[in-house]
Design a protein around this ligand. Sequence first.
Ligand SMILES: [Zn+2]
Length: 188
Amino acid sequence: MEPIAYQLIRSDRKTIAIQITPEGTVLVRAPRRAAQAQIQAFVESKRGWIQSHLAAIPKISPAEALSDADIRALADQALSLIPKRVAHFAPLVGVTYGGITIRNQRSRWGSCSARGNLNFNCLLMLCPAEILDYVVVHELCHRKEMNHSPRFWAEVERVLPDYRRREAWLKANGGAILARMTAGHTNF
Ligand SMILES: [Zn+2]
């Protein structure tokens, strides 16, 4: 097996931890005095986890404009998948919801109205499944907190303890995906 390539960051910490950036770099954080062999063994012990996370990072062709047919196909996919993910997560968040609408938008991934109606962007179908799940949980948590207060984020974290990584992915990659929605498409 090929050794796993990673970037090592030593600091005043007590444990070794692995993080995968949205771009697919494996960052290993280790105590200053940790032996190289110990770090290597730790990374190897996490091989399966690392590889599954790297595989989940999509290869997005940059700024390729989507046609009406592309968007219709994404909207169809979204209509069949997103309500299932909402139904899965709503009881975990502990909320009810109203209607679910799929939109094609250039500005936002989802929204939640005061009445609990949920909107989701069909471009979520171009994101990894774990990112879609994050947006679903985010909007469902707005059923409890209609803001981005610490209480809101605590609720997101309760359901998705690694939400920060998913949010970071969206911050790093979301703009390029939204940019593929050029002006002038109607909502399907
Ligand atoms: Zn929000």
